[in-house]
Design a protein around this ligand. Sequence first.
Ligand SMILES: Nc1ncnc2c1ncn2[C@@H]1O[C@H](COP(=O)(O)OP(=O)(O)OP(=O)(O)O)[C@@H](O)[C@H]1O
Ligand SMILES: O=P(O)(O)OC[C@H]1O[C@H](OP(=O)(O)OP(=O)(O)O)[C@H](O)[C@@H]1O
Ligand SMILES: [Mg+2]
Length: 300
Amino acid sequence: MTDSKRLRIAVQKSGRLSDDSIALLKAIGVKLSIRDRLLIAHSTNEKIDLLRVRDDDIPGLVMDGVVDLGFIGENELEEKMLERKASGKPADYEVLRRLDYGGCRLSIAVPNEMPYAGVSSLEGKRVATTYPFLLERYFIEQNINAKAVMLTGSVEVAPRAGVADAICDLVSTGATLEANGLEEKEVIFRSKAVLIQRKDSELSDEKQALIERLAPRIDGVLLAKESKYIMLHAPKAEVEEVKSLLPGAENPTILPLAGSDDTVAVHVVSTETLFWETMEKLKALGCSSILVLPIEKMLG
Ligand SMILES: Nc1ncnc2c1ncn2[C@@H]1O[C@H](COP(=O)(O)OP(=O)(O)OP(=O)(O)O)[C@@H](O)[C@H]1O
Ligand SMILES: O=P(O)(O)OC[C@H]1O[C@H](OP(=O)(O)OP(=O)(O)O)[C@H](O)[C@@H]1O
Ligand SMILES: [Mg+2]
């Protein structure tokens, strides 16, 4: 059974956001015991229960106060917010953190053979989508008279099946569109995963304190993921040049190397990617033992 004192977090049970959301919870120190068939999973070290559901249900669970937090794509969140507002249901939530996964865009795509000269070509057309509220908002903004046809899946086959003239669906690499003879024409919404929270006025002090303890850990994990620890040996005479090549390396640690007067070790945490081209330039300057290491956690 669930205990109302435990923080309830909704995650997608199985899909694009599941693994990354669970990995993030683990990375911030929440130990979980997940059994595949079960809807609820408990944390073994924090007062947290996970509710594993379809992503479509997550915004509503947060907005209705059934769960305290939820991991959700901004596309689904915005769609459900518009849907709930249209039917007069409460649609309040707060974004606790924007995350670094689930990146995709909601785009209108048309069959390769359909003549297209801009959005006006959609006038009078039927567009299949799982996101009718976002699509209709776009039609209104663009002053286009077109019809959103709601489909919950297999949107990409709608034109071939004669169900619609075009589609509006999520795109990441574009492989699904290409495989179905469709061409991306208009991006109507860009999305990433977010962690949302129910209105905090409704949370107990104990739950609020737990959220305030865990949220900075998310920042630490995100920062660590985009940072690298760079170590290399550099000719002493070239240290300034080396510093100017290393991205985000304002304060490197310079250490003497045993048995060498003209070479030093340079250590630096970089928040940017170190490209192969830069590594080759460092080598050309006489640097050696160039190592780029991942960082697991960062604080302060
Ligand atoms: N190709 C993609 N690349 C990255 N993120 C994506 C991609 N497709 C979808 N997403 C993001 O992941 C979310 C979930 O996508 P998924 O395809 O798993 O959903 P679903 O089929 O609706 O799953 P469910 O069974 O939970 O309803 C999307 O709402 C979007 O935010
Ligand atoms: O541009 P691409 O990289 O091809 O990605 C886009 C596809 O990814 C998502 O579906 P997913 O693969 O998650 O499967 P689903 O349709 O069963 O949800 C989305 O609904 C698209 O169909
Ligand atoms: Mg879904």
